[in-house]
Structure formats: structure tokens, C-alpha cells
Design a protein around this ligand. Structure first.
Ligand code: CMC
Length: 431
């Protein structure tokens, strides 16, 4: 329902278009410009989508000015403290927290879908032991599509829900196999006597000849990281999943597309890049040199784990992770020199005019890698861990899009700046 009208006038032709304005529950109102091209023959131009709402969504809200993040209305701080990853995944998908019966049914269903087709295991053998795990993950996610292609009806809500359960259930299995392959260890089947996160740890780290007992401190930390990474509104990978899905492609192929986008170091790949950066800095005395490089416009180095398109305040997830990292290191009695470097880097950056004036704060990736490192997870597995968690958000967003009555293929337009029309010349006549 429009609350007001914005009139856009082309002062050259004198033509006007009236655009309705819609208010969401929170956040900036949106101007509906769907008649712009019809009435004025013009497109909008918004590089990087800084002012474009690409969809309507009821899943996640974030307020970048105040550093607020809500999933289905619940503040991230409360979910991080009181919930667990599987429950948050349910919440993202269904819109409500489950009651006991729903929770039991959900947990059971996720366990039942945790296996992958035995032949899928052979896909991993095609990758070198040192292949980047995100490349493997994109490949195997797309491969899963082949097992469920004919049987998936994306226009049937029940079939979609089955797919969503499969995605959430299989990701730990798919990710753990990447680590096992790279380490020369045998694959481990899920053990349904364990809960979701514990099962992941078990498939990753258990030794064939020994009983596996998960460290409860590690389980809590991992649960927390997965909750904090589960969804984040219309970020690059989620938008990729939606765009791919809008073409009515297989949902596992959409997830593979999301994995590919997440890999980039401006997005999920930042967690791995932060650790590389902290290792390169080495000691607090080297920090000023890296701060200067980050400020130098002739140097493409950026402070990894700093800055965010939406947050112009401390990322609420980073606040939680920073404390969790501190607590984890203390409870494990671990002295991680990188944590000291990270805290000092943060302190210096937050007092620097360059970062203050651009409102650049630590983001979710700044401290998450340190937790993963403390848990013994290799740096190149950090982004697959992010993907494991974010897959629940991707599939919830895909479900929402598929059920939208205004579902349409996503098809952006462009400002063409190429050559004018010209005629083909034979190769002999070309200069
Ligand atoms: N280090 C140094 N300068 C920075 C940084 C940084 N990390 N981030 C932004 N800036 C500067 C940028 O150079 C620009 O300066 P100026 O106005 O003088 O040209 C200004 O701040 C605004 O930056 P922008 O590039 O217009 O911002 P953006 O919204 O397009 O980019 C970002 C957001 C996250 C890609 C960027 O901040 C960045 O590259 N950060 C480092 C990578 C990172 O930590 N990514 C994880 C993001 S959060 C988790 C996720 O998405 O998965």
C-alpha cells in the first residue's frame, strides 16, 4: 500500500511519472519505479545497488546506522545467547521459533537428510589435495543438483521444503569431506546420535581408530559462529542465489552460485584474508605500516575484516564474536599472539581519522577466523564454514522468493557505452 507519491520529471521532455512509495516495517521507504521505463523511456543507474531494494523480504532486517540485526524480528544478541544454529535455521525458514513438537520433528528431519549419495564421494577424488575448498564446495553443491533434479518440483511448496531441509542437512557433510580429502583422511558418515554441530565436528575431526568426544567449548563457539553467519539480508551471495533462482534453476545449483560469490575476499573470503593479513603483520609494531597502506589510494591493500556496505557502526556480529573469541581463548588457556595483533589493529584503526570519517568498523569476519583457528580449523576452510551456515539463509531467501506472488526472472538493464553500429569487415581488410 503506497503511503505517498514521488513524481519524477524529465525537464527536457516535460514528461512525468508518478511513483508510489512503500513503507516497510523498518528501514528506508522504497520508491516503486516500475513504470519509469514505460513513461519516461529511462532506466535507473545504481552501481553496486547502493540505493536499490531488489526484493521485499520478511526474513532479516539490518540497520547499518545503529548496528542492529534482527532475524524474523529477534535481535541477533538474543539468538546468539539463547538459541542454537538449527533452531535459527528453522526460524529463518518458517518465520517463527519452533515449539517442542516442531523442534523435535525438525531436528529428526535434518538428521534423516544428512547423508549424501555414495557416488558423490567420488567427485572429491577429482580435485587435487590442495584445491581451494571453496572451489570444491561450489563443484559438489552443483553436483548434488544432479541427484535431485527430476524429483524436485520448485513450484510445489512441499517439494521446496524438502529441498530446504536437504540443503541445511547436507552442508556439514559436504564441507567436512573437503577437509578429509585434503588431509588424506577417510570420509566419515554422520552419526545421528550427535546433534547437528557436533556431527559436523565429528565428520571433520574424528580419527578412524579412536572414539570421538567433542569439546563442549568448541561446540558452543561453533554454534555461535553459525548463528551469526546464518543470514544477512540481500548481500552479494544471497542476491546471487535469488537471481539464479529467479531463472527457475535447480536450488542446489543456486547454492553453488552462492558459494562462488561468497568466496570473494570482499565478501565471505574476508575471514581467510584476515588471518593472512594478521600473519603478515606479525607483531603490533608493524601495524602502522599496514594502516598506512590501507589508506594509500595507490595501494590496493585494504584492511581485511574492516568496513561494510550497510554497517556504518560496529557490526553487531563482530561485537559478539570479539567477546566470544576473548572468552574462548581464556577458557582454552590459549595464547594466540594474532588476537593481540587484531585487538591492537582495531584500536589503532578506530582512532584514525581515515577510518573514523568513513565509518569503517570491524565486521563479522575480523574475529571469526581467530575462533576457527583456535579450534584447529585450517584457514582455507573458514569460508566453507561460513557457507555451511549461510546456506540456511540462502535457502530461506530462495523459499521466500519462490512463494512470492510477484515472482519474476531477475533481469537488470544497463547503460550501454560500447561501439556504435558498424559493418563487419573481412580479415584481409582489417588494419
Ligand atoms: N580498508 C581501507 N579502506 C577501506 C576499507 C578497508 N577495509 N573499506 C572501505 N574503505 C574505504 C574505501 O577505499 C572508500 O574510501 P574513499 O571514500 O576514499 O574512496 C570508502 O572506505 C568507502 O568504501 P567502499 O569501497 O565504497 O565501500 P563498499 O561498501 O563498496 O565496500 C566492503 C564494502 C566490505 C567491500 C569494503 O569495506 C571492503 O573491501 N572491506 C574489506 C573486506 C571485508 O572485510 N569484507 C567482509 C565484509 S562483511 C562480511 C561479508 O560480507 O561476507
Amino acid at each position: 500500500m503506497a503511503t505517498r507519491i514521488v513524481t519524477i520529471t524529465d525537464h527536457k521532455s516535460g514528461k512525468q511519472v508518478e511513483c508510489p512509495v512503500y513503507e516497510g516495517e523498518y528501514g528506508a521507504p522504497v520508491i516503486d519505479i516500475k513504470n519509469l521505463y514505460k513513461e519516461l523511456g529511462m532506466f535507473t543507474f545504481d552501481l553496486g545497488y547502493g540505493s536499490t531494494a531488489a526484493c521485499r523480504s520478511a526474513i532479516t532486517y539490518l540497520d547499518g546506522e545503529d548496528g542492529v540485526l534482527l532475524h524474523r524480528g529477534y535481535p541477533i544478541e538474543q539468538l546468539a545467547e539463547k538459541s542454537n544454529f538449527l533452531e535459527v535455521s528453522y526460524l529463518l525458514l518458517h518465520g517463527e521459533l519452533p515449539n517442542q513438537v516442531q523442534s523435535d520433528e525438525w531436528t529428526h528431519a535434518i538428521k534423516m537428510h544428512g547423508m549424501t549419495h555414495e557416488h558423490l564421494s567420488r567427485f572429491y577424488q577429482g580435485y587435487r589435495y590442495d584445491a581451494h575448498p571453496m572451489s570444491v564446495l561450489a563443484g559438489v553443491c552443483a553436483a548434488v543438483a544432479s541427484y535431485y533434479h527430476a524429483s524436485t518440483d520448485i513450484h510445489d511448496p512441499e517439494s521446496r521444503m524438502l529441498t530446504a531441509r536437504r540443503v541445511i542437512a547436507k552442508m556439514p557433510n559436504l564441507v567436512s569431506k573437503i577437509y578429509r580429502h585434503s588431509s588424506g583422511l577417510p570420509f566419515v558418515y554422520p552419526d545421528n546420535s550427535r546433534d547437528h554441530v557436533e556431527n559436523f565436528m565429528y565428520m571433520m575431526f574424528s580419527w578412524p581408530t579412536e572414539p570421538y568426544v567433542a569439546n563442549p567449548v568448541a561446540l558452543r563457539a561453533l554454534n555461535l559462529l553459525f548463528i551469526l553467519h546464518a543470514d544477512h539480508e540481500q548481500n552479494a551471495s544471497t542476491s546471487t542465489v535469488r537471481l539464479a533462482g529467479s531463472a527457475e534453476t535447480n536450488p542446489f545449483a543456486c547454492v553453488a552460485a552462492g558459494v562462488s560469490t561468497l568466496w570473494g575476499k570482499a565478501h565471505g573470503g574476508a575471514n581467510e584474508a584476515v588471518i593472512e593479513m594478521l600473519a603478515e603483520i606479525g607483531e603490533p609494531k608493524n601495524i602502522p605500516k599496514f594502516i598506512s597502506r590501507a589508506k594509500d589510494k595507490d595501494d590496493n591493500f585494504r584492511l581485511m575484516g574492516f568496513g561494510h556496505r550497510v554497517y556504518k557502526n560496529y557490526d553487531p556480529r563482530a561485537k559478539i564474536i570479539r567477546q566470544a573469541c576473548h572468552d574462548l581463548l581464556q577458557s582454552m588457556n590459549l595464547n594466540l599472539p594474532m588476537f593481540e595483533v587484531a585487538m591492537e589493529l582495531e584500536r589503532i584503526a578506530l582512532e584514525d581519522e581515515y577510518f573514523i570519517s568513513r565509518k569503517l568498523y570491524p565486521n563479522v569476519d575480523f574475529y571469526s577466523g581467530l575462533i576457527y583457528q583456535a579450534l584447529g580449523i585450517p584457514a582455507n576452510m573458514f569460508t566453507p564454514m561460513f557457507a555451511l551456515a549461510r546456506a540456511s539463509g540462502w535457502i530461506a531467501q530462495w523459499m521466500e522468493m519462490m512463494a512470492d506472488s510477484d515472482f519474476r526472472i531477475g533481469r537488470p538493464r544497463q547503460l550501454y557505452i560500447g561501439a556504435q553500429r558498424r559493418d563487419y569487415t573481412a580479415v584481409a581488410d582489417r588494419g
